[in-house]
Ligand binder design. Structure first.
Ligand code: SF4
Length: 186
């Protein structure tokens, strides 16, 4: 996974992923392969992750630059994040002790809820939004994410919810799902 070589740490607020994309590489990994539930049908909430992160950030910063990819094996903005706020608690920890760089990779417009914390990270953070297609008619034909995944139109450049400072934004258009596997698999 060449894309991840740019990072010193990966950060996964959840185990599993409710979006359940058919092409997701994580469902073939041990964390999912030995589970007796279908990929997309389960999500583990990592309660208390913010305290662990605070300790790890202090330890890692003493050793050198800290570059974090959130997330490599889940989407940090699961539907459960509306209630659990694990990702938000991690951003709070990082706003207090900023890493050198943080990439937030998601397909959910829920990320806009946390703009206040993302702005506190300033130039140290970038938000990347995955959009396979901007046509919901195409999305219905292709077996990409499950229905719980936000519609493409909610993640499109013109979406009101998507309005955020340009320095935070990056969009990844993935017309061919197989191409996504070449970088981080998403
Ligand atoms: S590709 Fe990303 S959003 Fe889709 S199921 Fe895998 S981790 Fe979740």
């Amino acid at each position: 996974m060449g894309f991840l070589e740019d990072y010193t740490h990966t950060l996964n607020p959840y185990g599993g992923c409710a979006f359940g994309c058919s092409y997701c590489y994580v469902k073939g990994m041990p964390v999912a392969a030995f589970r007796e539930e279908a990929w997309g049908a389960w999500v583990d909430v990592k309660q208390g992750a913010d305290e662990l992160l605070r300790r790890e950030l202090a330890r890692a910063a003493a050793k050198g630059p800290v570059r974090i990819f959130m997330s490599s094996s889940t989407d940090p903005y699961q539907p459960a994040e509306y209630r659990e706020q694990v990702t938000r608690s991690l951003l709070e920890a990082m706003a207090e002790a900023p890493p050198d760089f943080l990439l937030v990779q998601t397909r959910s417009p829920l990320v806009t809820r946390d703009i206040d914390l993302l702005l506190r990270l300033g130039s140290r953070v970038r938000v990347s939004m995955t959009v396979e297609t901007d046509l919901d008619t195409v999305r219905r034909v292709f077996p990409l994410p499950r229905r719980r995944s936000p519609r493409g139109s909610r993640r499109s450049p013109g979406s009101r919810k998507q309005a955020s400072p340009s320095r935070l934004r990056s969009r990844r258009y993935c017309p061919a799902a197989s191409a996504c596997r070449l970088c981080c698999g998403r």
